[in-house]
Design a protein around this ligand. Sequence first.
Ligand SMILES: O=C(O)c1ccc(O)c(O)c1
Ligand SMILES: [Mg+2]
Length: 627
Amino acid sequence: MRTSIATVSLSGTLTEKLTAASRAGFDGVEIFENDLLASPLAPEEVRARCADLGLSVDLYQPMRDIEAVPAGEFARNLRRAEHKFEVMRRLGADTVLVCSSVSPHAVDDDALAAEQLHALAERAQDFGVRVAYEALAWGRHVNTYDHAWSIVRAADHPALGTCLDSFHILARGCGPEGIEDIPGEKIFFLQLADAPLMAMDVLQWSRHYRCFPGQGGLDVAGLLGHVVRAGYRGPLSLEVFNDVFRQAEAGPTAVDAQRSLRVLQEAAGLAEPPAPVVPTGVAFAELVAPDAQPVSALLRALGFTRTARHRSKPVDLWQQGEARVLLNTGPAVRRWGRPPRPSGSGGGTALAAIGLESPDPAGAARRAESLLAPVLPRRRAPEDAPLDAVAAPDGTELFFCATDRDGLPSWTRDFEAVPRHAERAGTDGVPDAGVAESGVDADAGAVRRIDHLALTQPWHQFDEASLFHRSVLGLRAQESVDVADPYGLWRSRAVTNADGGVRIALSVGPAPGDDGARVQHIALATDDVVAAARRFRAAGGRLLPVPGNYYDDLAARYAFAPGELETYRELGVLYDRDEGGAFRHCYTETVGRLFFELVQRDAGYRGYGAQNAPVRLAAQHAQRYGG
Ligand SMILES: O=C(O)c1ccc(O)c(O)c1
Ligand SMILES: [Mg+2]
């Protein structure tokens, strides 16, 4: 179906909004009156700009407080309306949205409302435009879609229809089934918005918290099904009032918006993009480190061995069990989005890419592309294995790959083994040696695999990131949790595949603009975190110290075996438990923008130790800034 977006959903000038909508692939726009009033462009110029950009002007809005008022006031309203119809003629907009009155002068009289809307439609027809009447959820007398429709039906004018808005319908808990009783041709317009489920005043909820379909808790796809079964064939138009989107860059927001409509159409059975190919595991995490020394030392202390080097690039493969870390010491080129600024010791060390083990890498890339993930140019020499990669909203590169599997080229073939007792120095100038060389994988405390990757999102991209990972990668989202930091509140939400082979924890920090907040981490799974912590310390690694108060409280919450709590206290091991089991974890120091976590996860435990995150965040603050 045709797609459209209201200019109120995007930030910037009218020109910026139109350009962003066009680039993201929208077919049309709803022009908000305020955007036109604030624009230096005359309506004819806006019309020409839209035409140049391939956009139709699908709706002009809103016209307020028109109906069910005393005769004198209605006469003034008609005059106001005529003026707007003239603007619409110049704009090339053929439909105007009239929202149900919130005026204290409006009376509770459906017959009068119908009579006046009929008169309005008669006048609209003279200008060649049509009127779509929408029930605002907080309308004074008309606040449900069926009520608005009954007035439209009674008014019985060909230039009068109804506008359905998923937010107003679903926010009030109105059953949307009745939509199928409205003849499709009388549904003049359909506006789509989702919203997180919140207990609050519906007007405030609508004006500040709407989001794109799939990002909230409303069943927008179900509603769309009813509207299509009613026979509606007009555009699917996003109308999202959202405090964050009003500030974020229009370009990425428009892409996020268009993606949400594609996923929505798929969910409603109206489109069939390539099916999701769910990743089965994490093939590797790739770090960029202009100065390799600090992170190499950290990897070595964690028990990793530098096992191979890329044939043509300054990239080393460090491995332990099934955990693979690529260390790229080349110039940090970010092929999508802005590169993060270097911070702290370790310079620009950052998590730049994730290799996702995929049963069908090419299919995964096709899915991603159809949902507007930026496809990255292949950075490979002719002899390298083909690697499909896309950029996540935060700029993290996602590679769809296979690791030593039959029938698929393996990315590992591009690497040459480093001889076990290599004389050759590593990228950090330190020869590989020591604990990591002595076959420790079987030892207690060895790292088995990557448990999860924790990606801090730019402040305005949290909902986008969650929708991206769910829709593009086919991962499932867990509940969103709030985590208190000494200086603000974090929100965190994990996306996973069914067996937990891929776990990505997305979080967003409290401080817009604080680039230092964009720290990522890699959690490494071990069967014995205490042994792992001891090994790490013995190899010269430093663990994040945890305050004694935390352990005093743990003692009150859980029963531990004799000596167990003391061991955790000594090492800085944190503990959590849910119905499925226990979670024990500890943290390394931060290098650049990256730190590691060692985790021991009971098979049934579903979380990420969110209970402990405030303590960890405070400890990291203390380590970084003192106090
Ligand atoms: O919040 C409002 O006033 C408003 C205006 C126009 C709409 O289409 C709408 O859904 C809400
Ligand atoms: Mg609306």
